[in-house]
Design a protein around this ligand. Structure first.
Ligand code: ARG
Length: 458
């Protein structure tokens, strides 16, 4: 039986129930719903609406239901429209007539908003933790990379040599921003909607501040209509997740590219790669490809949910039930992606000889050669022209660039060293730039930040 059966002449049509129910997916909120309900019951006790015996009875019943749900022993019934309905029904079975008092002063509207905030608050912490794990894997590999260099690219054309550690840490710093965003979103969602009722609060003497404190929320809602219709925290989580997904897709794409025969910079560990059903020689970077692909799905969840919210009138509308599947799926996909990608990053082999050979391309010292002239008084644009012309001549004539530079009247052997193997790599660079000294500083910065973020997660 539904919670609202007395209002209707006829029982619900099966197709109506099939379309309307959310139990298929919102059972994920079971623990948080019991948690929110127990806080509500204690609040009713403090307000003198329930006796201490009734509070005892209901919280014990809720505890038992939570255990049944956690252990997979809970038996759902036809008519359980959603997890909230199912839990109230079972509490009433256990607690008897007192169960009928559980929903006093409460609506599923503030109830579901409370449970979903509790769920999201917890998961944002877990996600931040998982992102830190990948960040740490990148930092460890960057530290281990030592003096290895590879070409840095712009337009996917070789640009300047960069330490492998510098390259890996670029991804880690993007992830550090993701952690910050996830935790900031968690701070913002930490407001309790409990006590907002259906939309206008209750005429009973409830104390939203008390239940907010009980549930560890920083504050109760300011406006009951906003409290039951606000899903900003879902949209924000989906955005943080989509951007994190974009970062993972860029890292994924790079692993796909660098583990190809053509680049040959990374070699995937067998345990973290797949084979082909037909081509016996293949070793495929499926994890990196899926990490690349999932971003599409996450962006879709964000765009889809924003479209759901757009134009909704106040206050609660059933449209809001559509918040759950994208949110749950997003969190699940990211948990999987972060764990798998971490494994790939932690175990892949660096083919430093291939990287070095590519980084030794003499043309990668071109801008250092121009700056060498700038340091001796030549305007940059002029120096750029001199080097550009020499590169063109080297390509056309087949003469090594270093030979041309050594023979040039304004340049000579000292300048030629910049376009010899290792020349550009040995240059001192801007703080934060691509030098080994900079990588050491970045590692210290990142480790401090990781430690601070761990403390923030709590
Ligand atoms: N399953 C619903 C949801 O997820 C719970 C709230 C239902 N509220 C209502 N007034 N029918 O949004």
């Amino acid at each position: 039986m539904t919670l609202w059966a007395q209002r209707m002449g006829a029982g619900p049509a099966p197709e109506m129930m099939a379309f309307n129910e959310s139990l298929a997916f919102d059972r994920a909120l079971a623990a948080e719903d019991c948690e929110g309900s127990a806080a509500h019951v204690r609040g009713l006790g403090r307000a003198g609406i329930l006796s201490s015996e009734e509070v005892e009875l209901l919280t014990a019943a809720l505890g038992r239901v939570a255990t049944e749900l956690a252990e997979g022993r809970f038996v759902f019934a036809a008519g359980d429209e959603d997890i909230h309905t199912a839990i109230e029904r079972r509490v009433t079975e256990i607690a008897g007539p007192t169960g009928a008092k559980l929903h006093t002063g409460r609506s599923r509207n503030d109830q579901v908003a409370t449970a979903l905030r509790l769920w999201t608050r917890r998961r944002l912490g877990h996600l931040a933790q998982a992102v830190l794990g990948l960040e740490e894997a990148l930092a460890a590999r960057a530290a281990e990379a030592g003096g290895a260099y590879l070409p840095g690219y712009t337009h996917l054309q070789r640009a300047q040599p960069v330490p492998l550690g510098h390259h890996l840490l670029a991804h880690a710093f993007a992830l550090a921003r993701d952690v910050d965003r996830l935790l900031a979103a968690r701070d913002r969602l930490n407001v309790s909607p409990l006590g907002a009722g259906a939309l206008a609060g209750s005429s009973l003497p409830l104390d939203p501040a008390g239940t907010a404190a009980d549930l560890g929320f920083a504050a109760p809602f300011d406006n009951s209509m906003d409290a039951v219709s606000d899903r900003d925290f879902v949209a924000e989580t989906l955005f943080c997740a989509a951007l994190l997904g974009v970062h993972l897709s860029r890292l994924g794409e790079e692993i796909v590219l660098y583990s190809s025969e053509e680049f040959g910079f990374y070699r995937l560990d067998d345990a973290w790669a797949t084979g082909s059903s037909m081509l016996p020689q293949k070793k495929n970077p499926d994890v990196a490809e899926l990490a690349r692909a999932k971003a599409g799905r996450l962006i879709g969840h964000l765009a889809g949910f924003l479209a759901t919210l757009k134009g909704l009138p106040l206050a609660y509308n059933k449209d809001l039930q559509e918040d759950k599947e994208p949110l749950f799926d997003t969190v699940r996909q990211l948990e999987l992606a972060l764990g798998a990608l971490r494994g790939v990053v932690a175990t892949m082999r660096f083919e430093t000889d291939a990287m070095q050979e590519a980084a030794d391309d003499p043309a990668l010292g071109a801008v250092d050669l121009a700056e060498w002239q700038v340091a001796r008084g030549t305007p940059f644009r002029e120096a750029h022209g001199v080097v550009g012309a020499l590169v063109r001549e080297a390509l056309n004539s087949g003469t090594p660039l270093a030979t041309l530079v050594a023979a040039h009247p304004a340049l000579g052997p000292e300048a030629a060293a910049l376009v010899a193997p290792g020349g550009a790599a040995s240059q001192e660079r801007t703080p934060g730039g691509a030098s080994l000294r900079s990588v050491a500083r970045q590692l210290a910065t990142l480790h401090a930040r990781i430690a601070a973020d761990r403390a923030r997660i709590g």
